[in-house]
Design a protein around this ligand. Structure first.
Ligand code: NAD
Length: 501
């Protein structure tokens, strides 16, 4: 496939959006937004893609009622049937993966090489949780004298899911698939900057046979539709992926209705490279984990902590490689970095170029904008930085890496943990004892040693500190979407205390 092949295919896929826009999907029906519409724009050339239904609290209320009405039947459907349904959704995603990938690239600016994989990962999320649906309700047998105590799990009820604009299709499936497998119904509020593939997802799911009202999608702004979702009394939980500052709002907004809340938030993840590491592999991983997916990735290794004994050599090789990264049209198969999502975010990311120099860091690579036709920036490397600088503490969320030297293991750990965040960490060393010591003390929800972020769906995914609350993956997802229920059966030997004799 060439750029022109991809552009041609994209044109066909966008046609329907241009004609009817992106409508809300509530109770199996297309609905206009009660707030009118808003435009979604491509970051590739700042052009209008289509109009999108602007949902408000009124639409959220309709969607919550639809999810509430659909809940009993979906909950009571035999798990085997829910499983078959989710497998059919996975197959339908696979069949339309190319359409999803192309729309995602155009809507978000992400390079096609990564989005084609992300679309398939969406199918994998459905397959994985489909396979778990059968056993999701299993509990424990915890006998005590005179009582057979068993536990079972039941779906918590209709839930709200709020997702961000980075890899939006994959992340939506990561939250929605386990909710459906558990037996919950869903109201999904996708990010306003990336509405296209959320629309494709609900359509694919319903075409595959998902009953009306089991998955509802309402577009709109966070402070309006998103807030209403958190406050709605019929929704029992909110699964949120987004910024840490928004996460705090989610908790506050959910407080009056005592919402169960799951937060997957931001990160400023350290990658620690010790002098004894396999530097060739470390270099590949450092580059991949900050410059792939435009650096718009919660687990990006945005802080490089590098052993002083190898710092100069490592930074020199890094600079050379960063300068060779291909920035370009996201639909060009050769492109490694596409444009950033939108103007505001572009301004935010590029503001750090001045911040870095005013703080005294060196711009070793990049540090400038790219093609002004879209929201392009050059992949950037800051050196001569220290951990107190804003470029070392704030989540820039772009292809921007800050490199900081350390002189020993204690200092590496101190720097790594000196951040509000605690999502992911990466450690490069060939010393096993050191790897064990460092991973034990590193404050992060997920750590990889001598590897980049390699997801294995049964393992727990989530952050500590300002990076979140709760875990996804494997049974952890079901822990969130389900309630534990205790049932005690007296066996007859148990004596009941008697009053009033
Ligand atoms: P954001 O917090 O601005 O928006 C995320 C979603 O929340 C959007 O749908 C938005 O409309 C909604 N929202 C905004 N205000 C709201 C409110 N008051 N009430 C309810 N909903 C509201 O985040 P973003 O800029 O879209 O995404 C980037 C952020 O997401 C980064 O910080 C990134 O690290 C984080 N992220 C975290 C993970 C993870 O797994 N930890 C994964 C991906 C992204």
């Amino acid at each position: 496939m060439t750029l022109s092949d991809n552009l041609k295919a994209l044109k066909g896929h966008l046609e329907r959006f241009r004609t009817v826009g992106v409508q809300n999907r509530i109770g199996g029906k297309d609905q206009d937004g009660s707030g009118g519409t808003f435009a979604t724009v491509s970051p590739v050339d700042k052009s209008w893609i289509c109009d999108v239904a602007l949902g408000t609290s009124k639409d959220i209320d309709a969607a919550a009622r639809a999810a509430h009405d659909a809940f009993p039947d979906w909950r009571d459907l035999p798990a085997k049937e829910r499983k078959s349904m989710l497998v059919r959704i996975a197959e339908a995603i696979e069949a339309r993966a190319e359409e999803i990938a192309l729309c995602e690239c155009w809507d978000t600016g992400q390079a096609h090489r990564f989005m084609s994989k992300a679309a398939l990962r969406g199918a994998e999320n459905f397959r994985y949780f489909a396979d778990q649906a059968d056993s999701a309700r299993d509990g424990y047998n915890l006998p005590s004298p005179g009582l057979a105590n068993v536990t079972t799990r039941v779906p918590i009820g209709p839930v709200g899911i709020i997702t961000p604009w980075n890899t939006p299709f994959m992340l939506s499936t990561w939250k929605i698939a386990p909710a459906l497998a558990a037996g919950c119904t869903v109201v999904h509020k996708p990010a306003e900057l990336s509405p296209l593939t959320a629309r494709l997802l609900v359509e694919i799911a319903e075409d595959a046979g998902l009953p009306a009202g089991v998955l509802n999608t309402v577009n709109g702004h966070g402070e309006d539709a998103g807030k209403a979702l958190c406050e709605h009394p019929l929704l029992k939980a909110i699964a949120f992926v987004g910024e840490s500052a928004t996460g705090k709002l989610i908790v506050r907004q959910g407080a009056d209705t005592l919402k169960r809340v799951h937060l997957e938030l931001g990160g400023k993840n350290p990658v620690i490279v010790f002098g004894d590491a396999d530097l060739e592999r470390a270099l590949d991983a450092v580059i991949f984990m900050i410059y792939s997916i435009n650096g718009e990735r919660c687990t990006s290794s945005s802080r490089l902590l590098v052993d002083e004994s190898i710092r100069e050599e490592f930074e020199a090789r890094l600079t050379e490689r960063v300068n060779r990264i291909k920035v370009g049209h996201p639909l060009d198969p050769a492109t490694e970095i596409g444009p950033l999502i939108a103007e505001d975010h572009f301004r935010k990311v590029t503001s750090y170029f001045d911040i870095a120099t005013s703080e005294g860091a060196t711009v070793a690579a990049g540090g400038a904008v790219g093609d002004p036709a879209g929201y392009y920036v050059q992949p950037t490397l800051f050196t001569n930085a220290d951990n107190g600088m804003r470029i070392a503490q704030e989540e820039i969320f772009g292809p921007v890496l800050t490199s900081i030297g350390f002189s020993d293991e204690d200092e590496a750990l101190k720097l790594a943990n000196d951040t509000d965040y605690g999502l992911a960490g990466y450690v490069w060393t060939n010393d096993l004892a050191r790897a064990l010591r460092v991973t034990e003390k590193l404050e992060a929800g997920m750590i990889w040693v001598n590897a980049e972020n390699v997801r294995h769906l049964p393992t727990p995914f989530g952050g500590t500190k300002a990076s979140g609350m709760g875990r996804d993956g494997g049974d952890w997802s079901f822990e969130f979407y389900m309630e534990q229920k205790h049932i005690g059966f007296a066996t007859g030997e148990h004596k009941i205390p008697r009053l009033g004799n």
